[in-house]
Ligand binder design. Structure first.
Ligand SMILES: Nc1ncnc2c1ncn2[C@@H]1O[C@H](COP(=O)(O)OP(=O)(O)OP(=O)(O)O)[C@@H](O)[C@H]1O
Length: 637
């Protein structure tokens, strides 16, 4: 008899399951049925691709799931004839080794029981949900092709036990001893039928409910006349309680949205309806069916490198894999659903999959279809806002990664801008329409804080000229992606921190004249600031502020590279900016010609630091900044 400790996170999870998650307990049936179906899927695949496995199975083997209950025993049993688990599988899958998801699940718990039980499926902690209702669980399993069967038992606290047992056929039996208070609800024919109908109706295999029912014997006319009481006896029932058809194989016209929604819930473990459903049957060079869903709420692991892909691959209704990230591009990793191909060979290996031309075609058409359906969704403003609130970020990645569909993705993106109210966003098309006829660029500013960006001195000349600027406040992503977008319908994207200000109504002579007038002071400031600035210039970019910091085009490229390095975990210093001063401003005018060297020094630093602060950057030395401001104030009083 071997006792094992649950791994810490599994232990934590089980504690939560049993003590905190009360709402929606019924989903444990959905989770176990879905595991049973997955196990049959796996064996089905092996039967078709592995000669040895085929030989070891009965000729007429067909996957099925059996559920039975016993009111007196207060138990529920779920049986499948799928792939089964051996000792190592039992330990690895439901025991000591917490999958990466379990830890993040525990971290993501909100304390709100309803939301939390919603997270269960998303993190792949499905099996453990059984402990919401069970006082003890036995998992008796025999792996297909192996001799020895094992029994895993646990009360869901601290430890579990595995012993070898005898079991004739391959597959898994899950015997659930219900807690007293749950027995009445779940050891019930009607309740089980109702739950299976709700969540597992379109599981591709038949689900049978087995129970005993009291029936009265049929009396003959004579016996009836003689007033004989009919005898009551228990009859065994074996009733199919689901449709057992793969939903996606049915004609679109026959399916109701409600059925699509139910199927979505059964494959995604989400309790909400999907935001968008896309069912496509393609005939022609390649024959395939796809059924895609976009969840209302982005999957919890969307920003984890080890996210679980949401699309399952089938070949002629046979499940092939649900662990292939290449089925859709990474930026569409939030899409859930299935791809069922008629043309792929059944024994496709992962390597073949990745290079397969048929799959590449399906992928390409699927992406186009999904993007065009999102475009249609954008006509419904309310729904589209919902979509954007969840998926603008991955789509931005798409505009960067997917060159072929860049234009289509750019149309779907939404941006904050100086001409939208706080909290509202604009499309690039609307931006273009609002612009004046001679404008041929899309201006943007990147930073961390929307409020700071909206007040940046760099916007002054744009505001004055009524030019809209996109406010990109997702610095980590925008600094890399936005410059790489290059252009939308021939309108170049221009970073206002590194491009020329608009409508510079200044002739070369005027420019030269101003530069000469301020030559000494710009030189002096540069001397004071040294390596802290790349250059000091007088320009007419500003109207209200005295100074700002900008980058030139090559610095902007450098900044983009540095941001990439930072994203990869490298420490990177900020490169020295160009300090631009406003010749029309009081401070600059007075500074030009100031004989007090220590004052010039203090003011030079303050010009740099205040420009940085108002553009949302950090000053290098806050204490010195404060001391300088004090000294200047003292002199001014
Ligand atoms: N009936 C079963 N037959 C064979 N293997 C099973 C069965 N039930 C569970 N398993 C194994 O245990 C693992 C863990 O199951 P669990 O329900 O906790 O998560 P999951 O099914 O992997 O994730 P999700 O719930 O998101 O689908 C499964 O991946 C599978 O390998």
């Amino acid at each position: 008899m071997a006792k094992h400790q649950f791994q810490t996170e599994v232990g934590q999870l089980l504690h939560l399951m049993t003590h905190s998650l009360y709402s929606n307990k019924e989903i444990f049936i959905r989770e176990l049925v879905s595991n049973a179906s997955d196990a049959i899927d796996k064996l089905n695949y092996l039967k078709l691709t592995d000669e040895k496995m085929k030989a070891s199975l009965p000729e007429d083997w067909k996957g099925e799931i059996n559920i039975s209950f016993d009111e007196k025993d207060k138990s529920l049993t779920i049986v499948d004839n799928g792939i089964g688990m051996n000792e190592e599988d039992l330990i690895a899958s439901i025991g000591t080794i917490a999958k990466s998801g379990t830890k993040s699940f525990v971290e993501a718990l909100t304390g709100d029981a309803k939301k939390d039980s919603n997270l269960i499926g998303q993190f792949g902690v499905g099996f453990y949900s059984v402990f919401m209702v069970a006082s003890n669980v036995d998992v008796i399993s025999k792996k297909a092709g192996e001799e020895q069967a094992y029994k895993w038992s646990s009360t869901g606290t601290g430890e579990f036990e595995i012993i070898p047992v005898i079991k004739e056929s391959n597959g898994t039996v899950i015997y659930i001893k219900l807690k007293d208070e749950e027995a009445q609800e779940f050891a019930s024919k009607y309740r089980i039928k109702n739950i299976v109908g709700k969540y597992s109706n379109h599981i591709a295999y038949p689900i049978f409910l087995n129970y005993q029912e009291e029936v009265s014997e049929e009396l003959s006319e004579e016996d009836k006349k003689a007033g004989k009481e009919p005898e009551k006896k228990l009859e065994k029932k074996h009733e199919k309680i689901n449709e057992a058809t793969a939903l996606w194989t049915q004609p679109k016209a026959k399916l109701k949205q409600e059925e699509y929604n139910d199927f979505y819930k059964s494959i995604s473990h989400d309790s909400q309806d999907p935001l968008l459903t896309i069912h496509t049957k393609a005939e022609g060079v390649n024959e395939y069916t796809t059924l895609f869903y976009i969840p209302k709420t982005a999957p919890m692991d969307m920003y984890r490198a080890d996210y679980q892909p949401g699309v399952k691959l089938y070949v002629k209704r046979v499940f092939i894999t649900d662990d292939e990230k290449e089925l859709l591009p990474t930026y569409l990793r939030f899409v859930r659903g299935i791809i069922d191909s008629e043309d792929l060979p059944l024994n496709v290996s992962r390597e073949i999959l990745q290079e397969n031309r048929i799959l590449a075609n399906i992928k390409q058409s699927s992406v186009k279809k999904i993007l065009s359906e999102i475009k249609k969704l954008s006509k419904d403003e309310e729904k589209y806002e919902e979509f954007i609130s969840q998926y603008n970020r991955p789509l931005k990645e798409g505009a960067y990664q997917d060159f072929t569909n860049k234009e289509a993705i750019l149309e779907l993106l939404r941006f904050k801008s100086t001409k939208t109210e706080l909290g509202k966003m604009t499309s690039l098309e609307s931006y273009k329409q609002r612009a004046e006829s001679e404008q041929k660029a899309i201006y943007y500013i990147v930073g961390e804080n929307e409020k700071v960006l909206r007040n940046s001195p760099l916007l002054e000349s744009y505001k004055k000229n009524d030019i809209e600027v996109l406010v990109c406040d997702d610095k980590e992503l925008d600094e890399i992606i936005t410059p790489a977008l290059q252009a939308y319908k021939e309108w170049e994207f221009k970073d206002i921190t590194s491009c020329e200000p608009p409508k510079v109504e200044q002739s070369e002579e005027e420019k030269k004249e101003v530069e000469e007038k301020f030559q000494d002071i710009t030189k002096k400031i540069k001397e004071v600031l040294g390596e802290a600035v790349k250059e000091v210039k007088v320009t007419n970019r500003l109207s209200d502020s005295a100074s700002c910091v900008v980058k030139d085009a090559s610095d902007a490229q450098m900044a983009q590279m540095m941001q990439m390095m930072r994203a990869m975990g490298q420490e990177m210093p900020e490169s020295a900016p160009i300090l631009e001063i406003n010749p029309e401003h009081e401070i600059v005018k007075k500074l030009n010609g100031c004989k007090d060297d220590s004052l010039v020094e203090d003011v030079s630093w303050v010009l740099l630091d205040q420009a940085k602060l108002s553009e949302g950057m950090e000053v290098t030395d806050a204490v010195s900044f404060a001391q300088r401001v004090s000294r200047i104030t003292a002199k001014a009083l």
